[in-house]
Design a binder for this molecule. Structure first.
Ligand code: AMP
Length: 308
């Protein structure tokens, strides 16, 4: 029998030895954060949708290096799902998440439900232009849902710092812009992509891949590695690079490819030649599972650096 989230949380909070506190109410987040602030602690924040993996935990690790009180949220935000079955099937395992978050040094775990976050809500937040391309072009309404929930979470937690992964580079870049435009007093840190040993970017969605799809999906990171080799060899032409990435991804038999795009790092606009700081971003489906990956490239004259 699956136990309710409420049951799992109250059972955890009843244990004597707990170092991490779990709360589901906004008021309880506010008072725990106020107390930590009163003790002179800086607040770090890691928003997630749960089904935690080492990628999520790496964000906590980074935050712990800079701040003294770590708040993590776990909330599968229905507003950012443009596909209702994707929302319903999003992987969940609160007991496992609690154990992982507690071990990696989270002080406060916020697990609100839909009602706590959105009761009677009529307001949304959006960032234009930066969301025109890449995932923004393929997932209508997705980013509006992300910015709305992140704005709410920032107002609830009021962190000094929040960590976001390069894995969702368009999300991180647009949140940085939103923070600037709306004067949120929070510092945004971009964390590197954590990968499985064979190169697959960690993702909660990887759970949905069967064995064959899991092997095939390596085509994404292989495509990026191949692009690095091309850039090392002096190739700067975006058409040629995307063409070669496409043939590698197709060898992995994806059910469809959403995009293979090269954009400028500054404003995520499409570019023809790789120059300065740019991003190669990929999205493709294996079955109904949509996976994304990317690589940041810094080119200056003959020298280059690829971060993926
Ligand atoms: P999610 O739970 O998928 O919404 O992700 C929560 C945060 O974890 C976001 O900032 C993601 O970019 C980040 N994240 C997801 N996967 C990884 C990964 N493989 N490496 C580093 N950060 C990640």
């Amino acid at each position: 029998m699956t136990r309710s989230a409420e049951h799992v949380v109250s059972e955890y909070n009843d244990k004597d030895e707990v170092g991490m506190k779990i709360v589901s109410r906004i008021d309880d987040v506010r008072s725990a954060v106020m107390q930590a602030r009163g003790e002179g602690k800086k607040i770090g924040f890691i928003p997630t949708m749960g089904y935690l993996h080492d990628g999520h935990l790496s964000l906590v690790e980074i935050s712990r290096g800079i701040t003294q009180f770590q708040v993590m949220s776990i909330f599968v935000n229905r507003l950012q799902f443009n596909d209702s079955s994707d929302f319903t099937n999003y992987p969940k395992d609160l007991e496992r998440d609690i154990a992982m978050a507690g071990k990696c040094g989270v002080d406060l775990l916020f697990t609100p439900d839909d009602r706590e976050m959105y009761k009677n809500a009529l307001t949304t937040v959006d960032v234009s232009r930066l969301t025109d391309n890449l995932c923004g072009a393929h997932r209508p309404g997705h980013f509006k849902g992300v910015f709305t929930v992140v704005s709410k979470l920032f107002n609830i937690v009021q962190p000094d710092l929040a960590v976001f992964g390069q894995k969702d580079i368009q999300q991180a870049a647009s949140i940085e812009k939103m923070v600037f435009d709306l004067n949120f007093p929070v510092r945004i840190i971009l964390a590197p992509i954590i990968r499985e040993k064979d190169g697959l970017a960690m993702s909660s969605r990887n759970k949905h891949l069967d064995q064959q799809q899991r092997a095939d999906a390596l085509a994404l990171s292989s495509g990026l590695k191949h692009a690095e080799q091309l850039i090392l060899g002096g190739e700067r032409d975006v058409k040629k690079i995307t063409h070669e990435i496409e043939s590698i991804i197709k060898k992995g038999n994806p059910d469809s490819i959403d995009y293979i795009s090269v954009v400028s790092y500054e404003d995520l606009s499409y570019i023809d030649r790789i120059d300065g700081k740019s991003v190669i971003a990929l999205a493709a489906f294996w079955g109904t599972t949509r996976l994304i990956d990317n690589m940041i490239i810094e080119v200056a004259g003959d020298s280059y650096k690829c971060i993926y």
